[in-house]
Design a protein around this ligand. Structure first.
Ligand code: NAD
Length: 453
């Protein structure tokens, strides 16, 4: 039995639902496979259905935002933004339905030679809790647009959001085209065992297991995983602006974005930036995520809160200093103060791994070269930021940072859904998602030769 609890008020059980058994997952996959035949037939019908899905979400926008706040503790402003983005994603892919699906080439002799994209069949989607609407939809919308049907296995912590999403979309999509199978890892494994294409977002350990299982069956798989995202601050940066942006990127939504800044690498004298940054972090409004002014709400559960506190303590044990935060808050809910640490050795957890909470490490670099080396010196490669007015430095960042996304004078957090999204190194496996890149993943390219008889 899954119990999803509100992080700001843990005695509030948002939903209690049975795990979907492996046998029931297989039934859902088979029904989706049957529904896929009709669904793939008409691009115009798919476009209309996805547009109607966008309208259904828009009609329930306030209710959905409140549910996101309640179930995962996302601050209200960000929750509203996530709903708006979800609507936009559906509208965007509703139009991509009409994009060309192949190319015609000159045949080597008479006849017709062309390539054509076809859907895989049933897309099995496994998603995390931190974007409980946008991530399921940035996978489901292109999967559906290009003629697949979808079975979604949401994170247990976001079960209520997923159930409501599928309920709303179920009202406008044909039956069995978009199903949800609530559950934990075992349910996810059953989905991987049955789906024709698998898209995963979540932690590195789970993503690697999912990718290995899907690859073992010879099925296409993509896995978007964790990050250890650096922000490099050069001496010519607008210090106050950079400090405010990085504070938000590190601790907004309690640092629980795969794109959150985890390391802040300052080139040259750290003094002015350190003061501005600590002040900016301390100025972030912490509190009830339902309050429109809150930037930092709770973390998802008590384990996440304890991991942030333990990481700060171990930094001190390793010779580092906590510049601000590092403590659980004495209030109902799983709150921890936004935390900045410095002075740890480079093999410390905070310097090389992801702690999914409002904590980041301040590091010093002697030069731009040194900063880029430090930035690239981790196993992860999702996103990196650079703050500078120097065009040459910006150009170098775009070329040399080993991450899927590079942001100059912009927060590491935040993603444009109409551009390819994904990481390098341990952050990502398989093709990019979102934007026009999603079509490549959710379709298979066939080459057809037709000669006259
Ligand atoms: P998680 O890995 O614990 O769970 C993700 C999903 O995988 C859940 O639905 C879970 O039930 C399922 N799962 C776990 N083990 C599985 C298995 N062996 N087989 C099949 N399914 C399995 O991650 P989480 O705690 O929900 O989310 C936080 C993590 O997600 C962070 O590491 C964060 O960086 C990452 N994330 C990455 C991106 C990205 O696009 N790169 C976006 C958001 C979150």
């Amino acid at each position: 039995m899954i119990e999803s609890r509100s992080p700001q008020q843990p005695d509030d059980v948002v939903v209690a639902v049975e795990d979907t058994s492996p046998a029931s997952v297989q039934t859902a996959v088979e029904r989706a496979r049957t529904a896929q035949q009709d669904w793939a037939r008409s691009a115009a019908a798919r476009s209309s259905a996805l547009t109607a899905a966008a309208d259904a979400l828009l009609g329930a926008a306030d209710e959905l935002a409140d549910l996101v706040v309640r179930e995962v503790g996302k601050p209200l402003g960000e929750a509203k933004g996530e709903v708006a983005r979800s609507v936009a994603i559906l509208r965007y892919y509703a139009q991509q339905v009409f994009d060309p699906v192949g190319e015609v080439h000159e045949p080597s002799s008479a006849g017709l030679l062309y390539s054509r994209r076809r859907p895989h069949g049933v897309a099995g989607l496994i998603t995390p809790w931190n974007f409980p609407l946008a991530i399921p939809l940035w996978k489901a919308a292109p999967a559906l647009a290009f003629g697949n049907t979808v079975v979604l296995k949401p994170a247990p912590e976001a079960s209520a959001c997923a159930l409501r999403l599928v309920e709303l979309l179920g009202g406008v999509l044909p039956s069995d085209v978009f199903a949800v199978v609530p559950g934990d890892a075992e349910t996810g494994q059953a989905l991987v065992a049955g789906a024709d294409v698998v898209s995963f977002t979540g932690s590195v350990a789970a993503g690697n297991a999912v990718a290995a299982a899907a690859t073992g069956r010879g099925r296409p798989v993509q896995a978007e995983m964790g990050g250890q995202n650096p922000a490099v601050v050069l001496p010519d940066a607008d210090i106050e602006r950079a400090a405010a942006m990085i504070a938000n990127a590190a601790a907004g939504f309690a640092g629980q974005k795969c794109t959150a800044t985890k390391r802040v690498i300052v080139v040259g004298d750290q003094g002015a930036f350190r003061d501005a940054f600590v002040a900016a972090v301390e100025a972030l409004p912490v509190g009830d995520p339902a309050d429109a002014s809150t930037v930092v709400g709770p973390v998802i559960d008590s384990g996440a809160r304890d991991r942030v506190v333990a990481a700060a303590r171990s930094a001190v044990d390793a010779g580092g200093r906590v510049l601000t935060g590092g403590e659980a808050l004495d209030r109902d809910g799983w709150f921890v103060s936004p935390t900045v640490v410095e002075g740890t050795p480079m093999d410390h957890l905070l310097a090389c791994d992801e702690v999914f909470g409002p904590i980041c490490l301040l590091l010093q670099a002697t030069s731009v070269d040194d900063a880029l080396r430090i930035a690239n010196g981790v196993e992860y490669g999702l996103v990196a930021g650079l703050y500078s007015r120097d065009l040459n430095a910006a150009l170098r960042a775009g070329e040399e940072l080993e991450t899927g996304l590079v942001k100059v004078n912009a927060p590491t957090s935040g993603v444009d859904f109409y551009l390819p999204f994904g990481g390098e190194k341990a952050s990502s496996l398989g093709g990019r998602e979102q934007g026009k890149a999603a079509r490549d993943f959710y379709t298979s390219l066939h080459t057809v030769t037709i000669a006259p008889s």
